[in-house]
Design a protein around this ligand. Structure first.
Ligand code: NAP
Length: 243
């Protein structure tokens, strides 16, 4: 059977088909009771393994082709999660923008791990009209919480352990709120935390030819199945993780 014409390059479709295969190609609530979302970890790194400059300022690591892939990946997930340090350093929008035709609404839900509610009231995520961020934290209610809620953020209070917020509780809350697929975009601490907790089913890693050094990304773990495609000057590896 001829595959459907997507208008994207075949190598990109192969990566997307692998990702969607793991997601079960479904967005929207799953039927199992209290399911945890399926988790995809995705990041871009230099050939020397850096995901940001040493001082935390962003590195432009993805070429135009792999940037489009990132936005297709975002569109395939119900929610996108980052750590608070990424919000503080990069002020991301976490929306789907770089596609030739806009995806049908709703946009994926932005979510942030932020134990102490350091979320800046002027962050671009709070200025989005379509989707206000969900913020996972462990603070008692108070002024900071009130200010963020007034700006439209939805706050989820979860337990905190030595490594940060309890990721199982975070995933449970997301599942209960109707999220069945989660893309974790970074930064390094959050990616490593999901990986070492064993909560991720798959990874998509873009490697640029740049040899710049800086803040190291996670080590790519042993992959059960994998696929690597050349993307312009970048290469993209998809793989599944041990259950
Ligand atoms: N190249 C890429 O693909 C890419 C993508 C995204 C970001 N980045 C870069 O990554 C850098 C930030 O990375 P980062 O590692 O410093 O910070 P991060 O992963 O963005 O955020 C880490 C923070 O999240 C909070 N957190 C809460 N619960 C956590 C848990 N269970 N596990 C881990 N963190 C938890 C902690 O702060 P609290 O204790 O305050 O809660 C922690 O310090 C930025 O400079 C950004 O440019 C790169």
């Amino acid at each position: 059977m001829t595959p459907p014409e997507t208008g994207f390059p075949a190598f990109e479709d192969r990566i997307m088909a692998a990702v969607l295969g793991v997601l079960g190609m479904r967005r929207g609530p799953r039927t199992r009771r209290d399911p945890l979302p399926v988790v995809t970890l995705s990041w871009a790194q230099s050939a020397s393994g850096a995901i940001a400059r040493e001082d935390g300022t962003p590195l432009l690591l993805s070429g135009p082709e792999s940037m489009t892939l990132t936005h297709r990946l975002r569109a395939a997930h119900d929610a996108i999660l980052v750590g608070i340090q990424t919000v503080l350093n990069d002020d991301p929008l976490l929306s789907v923008r770089l596609l030739p035709s806009p995806p049908p609404p709703p946009q994926p839900q932005p979510a942030v791990l932020d134990s102490h509610l350091r979320f800046p009231p002027g962050a671009r995520l709070l200025a989005r009209q379509d989707r206000k961020p969900w913020i996972f934290h462990s603070e008692a209610s108070g002024e900071k919480a009130d200010a963020l809620q007034e700006r439209g953020a939805r706050l989820f209070r979860v337990s905190r352990g030595p490594g940060g917020l309890d990721l199982y509780e975070v995933l449970q809350s997301l599942g209960a709120a109707g999220i069945s697929s989660l893309m974790v975009e970074g930064g390094g601490r959050v990616l490593r935390a999901f990986m070492s907790a064993g909560f991720a089913e798959q990874v998509v890693v873009t490697v640029s030819p740049s040899t710049v050094h800086g803040m190291p990304g996670p080590d790519l773990p042993g992959l059960v199945e994998s696929l690597t495609e050349a993307y312009g000057a970048d290469s993209v590896t998809w793989g599944t993780l041990n259950p």
